[in-house]
Structures are given as C-alpha cells and as structure tokens.
Design a protein around this ligand. Structure first.
Ligand SMILES: Cc1cc2nc3c(=O)[nH]c(=O)nc-3n(C[C@H](O)[C@H](O)[C@H](O)COP(=O)(O)O)c2cc1C
Length: 451
C-alpha cells in the first residue's frame, strides 16, 4: 500500500513541491544544526542526511511557512479558517491497525536518549539538549479521548526528560493522578505531518475534542494508529520515532533556561519529569527538530486565528484576521472588518483583546487594507487613526509570561488601534486612489524578459 501519512510521505510531497532542501554536509547537532535552520528563519524544510555522532537523519524547518502548510492541507488563505472550524466541529473516527512501520524496531533496555537520538542543543545558555518538536500524547482516563500537544523536553540524562507544561488539561490530569501517587502514561511522537500538527494545536480546555479525531477530519481519511508496547496508548503507525514513558508522581527537576519563541531565555523552574522505558522507531528513522523561534509557532497561530475570528464575528462583520509572525503568532493581531456602524472599530478591539489572554496588541482596519502586508497596515494607522481618539489602552490585564516587557511577570498592558475610516460624508475623504485596469496589467506584454 502506498504510504499517505506522517513525515516520510510529507518529505516526498515537499520534494515534489520543490520546497525540500537536502543537506549532505556533516552537521553538528550542537548549535550548527540550529544555525542552519535559523538561517532560513525556519521556513525552509531541510533534511540533514549526515549528523555528527549519529546515524539518524534530522528533518527541520518543516512547518514554518503558511503557504507550505496550506498546500499540505489542501487549503488556501481564503478557506483555511472554515476548514479548521469544520474539522473541530465535525471530528471523524481514527483507525486502529495491528501493525505499522513504527514497530520495525523496539528498544526496551539500556535507554540512553542522547546516544540513540541526535537531540540538538540550540542556544548558548540553554541548560541542555532539547527535543523541541515532540508531540506529547495522553489519554483522558475517564472519556478515553486522546489529547496531543507539542512541548519542549529537556534531556536530563539517560532515559529522563523534563517537560514544560503550561496547559490546564495536562497539568490537572497529572496533578490528580499525582495526588493518588500514580504516574501519567505518555508517548512522545516525532515524525508527524501537517494534519497531526494542526490538530495538536487545538486547545483542550476550550474544545475538549479528541485530537486524533480532529486530525482524521482534517486529513480526510482516518489517522492510522497502533498500540504502544509499554503504555496503554495509541500512536501513529507511520510516525518515525515514539518514546513511551511515564510522568512520575512526586518528582520535579529544574528545567531551563531555554531560548524561547520570542528570542529570550525563559527562567529555570522545577517541572515534572518523564521516564522513558521503551522506544519504537522505523528503519532508518528521521528525527524531527524545530528551532525554538517565532516561526515555529505558526501552527499555533493558525488555530488562534480561528478563535479570534469567532470572537470578532460575535460583534462585527469580520473579513479576515492575521495573528502575526512578529508577535510570535500569539501576542499581536491585525483584523479587517466590513464596518457598518460607527463604533464597530472599538467593539472589534474589545472582542479581540478579550479573545485570548496572550493577545496584547491589535489593529483593526477596513476591508480595503491587506492585513498580511505590514506596509498597508502602517498606511492605515498613519492615515486613518488619531491617537487621542483611536487608541484603547487596558493597563494591567492578565497576559502571557512568555515575553519580558511587563513589570509583574504575566501582567501586561493591552492596546488596540482603531484604524478604520469614518462612515458617511467624512468617509469620502478616505477613498483610495486607484488606476482603472491596474489589476489586469500583464507586465510580460511590456517587458517579455521579466520574471
Ligand atoms: C513548536 C511549538 C512548541 C511548543 N512548545 C510548548 C511547550 O514547551 N509547552 C507548552 O505548554 N506548550 C507548547 N506549545 C503549545 C501547545 O502545543 C499548544 O498550546 C497545544 O494546543 C496545547 O494543547 P492542550 O490544550 O491540549 O494542552 C508549543 C507549540 C508549538 C507549535
């Protein structure tokens, strides 16, 4: 049967699309690999064929480009919000299969993560090597629903990882089991594809849906899963590497510092640990890496856009939203609206800033502004906003602790700019000057050699 799921198939797709770079020069997983990924701002998928000290290949920079993600999911900028909404609202069943390539190799003894896998060290003051693209899988003990999420994992030594978890669902599940002195069974997946990644970015606390089912809806066929060897969990049959283990009750290890998404080092703090007791991997496995930077959070931002759109839709006729790369795909957003009444620009600011605690800055523009073009946004702010009337500032709201500008960690000011033009007679001054027929110009008819 032709393989259609997970990373190996995706790499073939990327190659067919002309997007995949192959690196045949030997690369050191300490700093050098991250430096090459960062050179392309994590927007260029790269397969590193020769890794110093390891026979395992590494793929990185896979999902940091909107257009690549859209192509892999068979969607475009116009329909992406609705396709994601549809998959969240109408999850589809997954399929359990007896065998899969992930079972080709099973390691049960003498697990030493650093020896088996080329785990990179990324930045100068990072506390250790980090698995940064691992998808954590847990199962709700009561409902049996599966929850996946990308987390960073610090390699503490041989078979031990520290996990950074800031999620209410995962934290509560773990703390509840911990109070009964029981471990939480987990699996960490490496070598997944775009539907799997996107499903993992849906908030469990908000939607409570089984993310394997959302994945199946997004990919348009059932996600194929096999049972793990040592924990009661299902994992993708075509993934590259699966680490099976337990989050141990009553133990914490210091995690960090680590250079986080906004380019600053996050502080060291005690976090739960995971003991890995079994590793499954395909023949010639490919380790999946992600430079810990803003671009890597695109998948998270694409789901945040769905939430922002829905919040705005309650208040105004929203046209489109952009949760921006510069703002780490969580702190800043631009939204265009079809303004029907005066005041809707401000209402849109209220809706947007209330949509998510992390959202810190928002600019509201009219539908004739391209919210994916920073210059167009600057133009709208310059020509359609007056600071004394169009700036909304909310001091001291609860925000994210993932950027360092606030005094009290996590407490942040929020700001909105209403850069919509006035309606009625005054609005006439804001008509954009256009050249009739400009859109239809075929420049090659004038300059045949221009590409
Ligand atoms: C590249 C990448 C790295 C991430 N790293 C972490 C992390 O280290 N810790 C964390 O709590 N969330 C991290 N996230 C965000 C979670 O994966 C995301 O919020 C997920 O939807 C949470 O799922 P949950 O609601 O089931 O907890 C990361 C997301 C991406 C895309």
């Amino acid at each position: 049967m032709l393989e259609t799921q997970m990373l190996r198939h995706t790499l073939e797709e990327m190659d067919r699309m002309g997007e995949l770079l192959l690196c045949d020069r030997e690369v050191n997983p300490e700093y050098e690999l991250g430096a090459v990924l960062k050179y392309f701002r994590n927007k260029k998928p790269i397969l590193f064929n020769r890794i110093k000290g390891s026979s395992v290949k590494v793929a990185g920079g896979l999902y940091g480009d909107r257009e690549i993600i859209y192509s892999l999911l068979n969607m475009n900028n116009e329909n992406r919000l609705f396709k994601f909404m549809d998959a969240i609202a109408n999850p589809e069943p997954y399929k359990v299969v007896a065998k899969g390539p992930i079972k080709e190799n099973i390691i049960r003894n003498n697990i030493d993560l650093s020896r088996i896998l080329p785990v990179p060290k990324f930045q100068g003051k990072d506390s250790s090597k980090f698995i940064t693209a691992g998808a954590l899988v847990i199962k709700d003990p009561e409902t049996g629903k599966y929850f996946t999420s990308i987390r960073r994992f610090q390699v503490n030594g041989r078979n031990e990882l520290s996990a950074l978890i800031s999620s209410p669902k995962l934290t509560n599940d773990f703390l509840e089991l911990e109070s009964m002195r029981k471990p939480l069974e987990v699996a960490i997946i490496l070598g997944y594809d775009a539907p799997f990644l996107m499903a993992s970015q849906i908030s469990s606390a908000t939607y409570g849906v089984d993310k394997y089912e959302v994945d199946s809806a997004l990919r348009g066929e059932p996600l194929e899963l096999v049972p793990c060897e040592s924990v009661d969990l299902l994992v993708p049959a075509y993934s590259e590497i699966v680490l099976e283990g337990r989050m141990v009750p009553g133990k914490r290890e210091l995690e960090g510092p680590f250079g986080e998404l906004m380019g600053y080092y996050g502080a060291q703090a005690p976090h739960p640990i995971i003991e890995i007791n079994t590793i499954m991997h395909r023949n010639n496995p490919i380790f999946q890496a992600a430079f810990p930077c803003r671009e890597e959070h695109l998948s998270n931002g694409l789901i945040r856009e769905v939430e922002l759109y829905n919040y705005l839709k309650n208040q105004v006729d929203v046209v489109d939203v952009n949760v921006t790369e510069g703002g780490g795909y969580r702190f800043n957003a631009f939204a265009s609206i079809n303004k029907g009444k005066e005041g809707e620009g401000k209402s849109a600011i209220i809706a947007a800033l209330g949509s998510n605690k992390d959202l810190k800055q928002v600019v509201i523009v009219d539908k004739d502004v391209n919210i994916f073009d920073l210059e167009d946004i600057e133009w709208a702010i310059t020509t359609r906003a007056q600071a004394s009337q169009d700036l909304v500032i909310i001091p001291g709201a609860l925000g994210s602790s993932l950027e360092p500008s606030h005094g009290l960690r996590g407490v942040t000011d929020k700001v909105g700019i209403d850069a919509t033009k006035p309606l009625g007679e005054r609005g006439a001054n804001f008509e954009r000057a256009i050249i009739p027929g400009f859109e239809d110009i075929d420049i090659n008819r004038y300059f045949p050699n221009i590409k």
